[in-house]
Design a protein around this ligand. Structure first.
Ligand code: 5GP
Ligand code: MG
Ligand code: MG
Length: 189
């Protein structure tokens, strides 16, 4: 197994910048929902690290729930329009303020499907909070209420985002050097 350093092209967002922005988002959510309560729905697994930091900056009463989604049809660095819910909520969201917490919006396919499903369940409000937004890649327009950073079209990892399911624990967002990755994978281990 290789190290994250072997495939790191650059650090795109460092730990301090991330934490500062996550705190700002938490404070903004606290102001917007003052006097109300809310439920965070975290999309597994990429949204987990962001959720855990974000919720600690939120001062209004909140609950957390999880959903897992998979999209079939193409390679593991692209999502398709064929999105399936592989793990659903364990609670009702009728009449609730719902904030969906996601690591990154790319084509928009995943969250488009999640929003369509959740909106049939009668929430009082429903919005998206994403750490990263790869705007240039959008195929489906979806409304993003809270956005950490807009980033260029590069494959990134760390802070919840995986590279082949590894490295979600990195405290920063790094850009993967895809050429180095290919070379490492060619080598017999
Ligand atoms: P979408 O359905 O918007 O195309 O894709 C969303 C999902 O694709 C994200 O939740 C994430 O799991 C994955 N994804 C998109 N871009 C990246 C990236 O640069 N790095 C990683 N690790 N995952 C990504
Ligand atoms: Mg995700
Ligand atoms: Mg992934």
């Amino acid at each position: 197994m290789y190290s994250y350093k072997d495939v790191l092209a650059e650090i795109l967002i460092d730990e301090e910048t991330l934490q500062k922005r996550v705190r700002e988002l938490g404070e903004q959510i606290s102001r917007d929902f003052e006097g109300q309560d809310l439920i965070f729905i975290c999309i597994l697994r990429g949204g987990v690290v962001f959720l855990i930091d974000l919720m600690r900056y939120v001062s209004v009463p909140n609950q957390i729930e999880f959903m897992a989604v998979s999209s079939y049809g193409s390679g593991n660095r692209e999502s398709s329009g064929d999105v399936r819910i592989t793990y659903d909520l364990n609670t009702r969201i009728e009449g609730r303020n719902v904030v969906i917490v996601e690591d990154i919006v790319d084509s928009g396919n995943t969250l488009n499907a999640v929003i369509q499903l959740l909106s049939t369940r009668g929430p009082k409000s429903l919005c998206i909070c994403t750490l990263l937004d790869k705007k240039d890649r959008r195929k489906v327009e979806i409304p993003i209420r809270y956005r950490g950073f807009t980033i260029p079209d590069k494959f990134v990892y760390g802070y919840g985002l995986d590279l082949d399911e590894y490295f979600r624990n990195l405290p920063f967002i790094g850009v993967v050097d895809l050429e180095k990755l290919e070379k490492i994978k060619e080598k017999p281990s």
